[in-house]
Design a protein around this ligand. Structure first.
Ligand SMILES: Nc1ncnc2c1ncn2[C@@H]1O[C@H](COP(=O)(O)OP(=O)(O)OP(=O)(O)O)[C@@H](O)[C@H]1O
Length: 261
C-alpha cells in the first residue's frame, strides 16, 4: 500500500538527513521506526504526507501510495488525500486545536471542509468517533475547550479527528510520549483497536522500544538517517543483527532481571 523507494531528504543545501530510505507498509500492518533523536524518523514519515518541516525536500527516490507517486501530487490532490486516506497524529494532537473555540465546532468545520455533509450530521460523526476512542461523555467533550481536558483525553480527541474518515494509513509521531504510563497503555490499546475495526495501517515513530515491541508487527531501526536493522518484532528483539540494535536493547531498563520489551 505504501512504498518508500530509496528516499533521501535534505534540509537546505546540507547533506541528506535521510538517506536511501526503502520500506513497504502493507494494508493493516503496524510498522514502528525506532532510533535515537535526530536519526530521521520524523523526516521519514512526514514525507508520506507531504509535510516536511522547514526547507526539507525529497532529493531522491519515490513514494508510492496504492501504486501512485505521492511526489507528483498537486496541492489540491494533497488536500483530497490528507485526512481522508492518510492522516497524522502527533505527541500532543490536541495542541493543533484552537484553545478559544469549542472542540465540537472545530470538529464539525474539519469534517465539512473534507466532505459535503450538513453540520448536524458532521456533529454526529464527530461525537460517535469520540465514543469509539473511549470518550463516553462525547456530547460534553464536543462542548468543551481543549484546555479543559487531560493529556490522554486530548490525544484521544486528536486521534478521533485523524480517524473520522477511516483513512487507510495513520502516521503517528511519538503518540504516547507525553503521557503517563497508564494513559500510554490505554492509547496504545485504542490504536490497536483502530487497526482491528478499520483495518488501518499504522506507521509509528517512537523512542520507546517497549511501545514498538507491544504494537508493531515490524520494527525498523534508524541511525544517522539510515536504516541499520529491521525485522519482525520477534526477530529484532531476540536476534538483532546490528550492534546498534543490541545497544538499544541493552539500554532498556530491567527490574529484577525481567526486561520490559
Ligand atoms: N526543520 C528542520 N530544519 C533543518 N534540519 C532539520 C529540520 N528537521 C530535521 N532536521 C534534520 O534532520 C535530522 C533528522 O531529524 P528528525 O526530526 O527526522 O529525527 P528524529 O529521529 O525524528 O528525531 P526526534 O526523535 O528527536 O524527533 C536532524 O538531525 C536535523 O539535522
Amino acid at each position: 500500500m505504501l512504498q518508500f523507494r530509496n528516499i533521501s531528504v535534505a534540509y537546505g543545501d546540507g547533506e541528506p538527513s535521510l538517506t536511501d530510505f526503502t520500506l513497504d507498509v502493507a494494508e493493516g500492518e503496524i510498522v514502528a521506526l525506532v532510533g535515537e533523536s535526530g536519526s530521521g524518523k520524523t523526516t521519514a514519515i512526514r514525507t508520506a504526507i507531504g509535510l516536511l518541516p522547514g526547507d526539507g525536500e525529497v532529493v531522491n527516490g519515490d513514494i508510492l501510495f496504492n501504486g501512485n507517486s505521492l511526489l507528483t501530487l498537486s496541492p489540491n490532490e494533497w488536500r483530497a488525500l490528507r485526512g481522508r486516506q492518510i492522516s497524522m497524529i502527533f505527541q500532543d494532537s490536541g495542541a493543533m486545536l484552537n484553545p478559544i473555540r469549542r472542540i465540537g465546532s472545530q470538529f464539525v468545520e474539519y469534517i465539512c471542509t473534507h466532505r459535503s455533509v450538513q453540520k448536524k450530521e458532521a456533529w454526529e460523526m464527530g461525537r460517535v468517533m469520540l465514543e469509539h476512542m473511549g470518550l463516553p461523555h462525547s456530547e460534553t467533550i464536543m462542548n468543551s475547550y481543549i484546555f479543559q481536558l487531560s493529556g490522554g483525553m486530548r490525544q484521544r480527541v486528536g486521534i478521533a479527528m485523524a480517524m473520522v474518515f477511516q483513512p487507510q494509513l495513520l502516521l503517528a509521531d511519538e503518540p504516547t510520549s507525553a503521557l503517563d504510563v497508564t494513559t500510554q497503555s490505554q492509547i496504545i490499546r485504542q490504536m490497536l483497536e483502530l487497526r482491528e475495526k478499520y483495518g488501518a495501517a499504522i506507521l509509528l515513530v517512537t523512542h520507546n522500544l517497549g511501545v514498538a515491541a507491544y504494537m508493531a508487527d515490524r520494527i525498523i531501526v534508524m541511525k544517522d538517517g539510515c536504516i541499520v536493522d529491521q525485522g519482525t518484532r520477534e526477530e529484532l528483539l531476540h536476534q538483532p543483527a546490528a550492534a546498534y540494535t543490541r545497544d538499544l536493547l541493552d539500554a532498556v531498563p530491567s527490574m529484577r532481571g525481567k526486561r520490559y520489551v
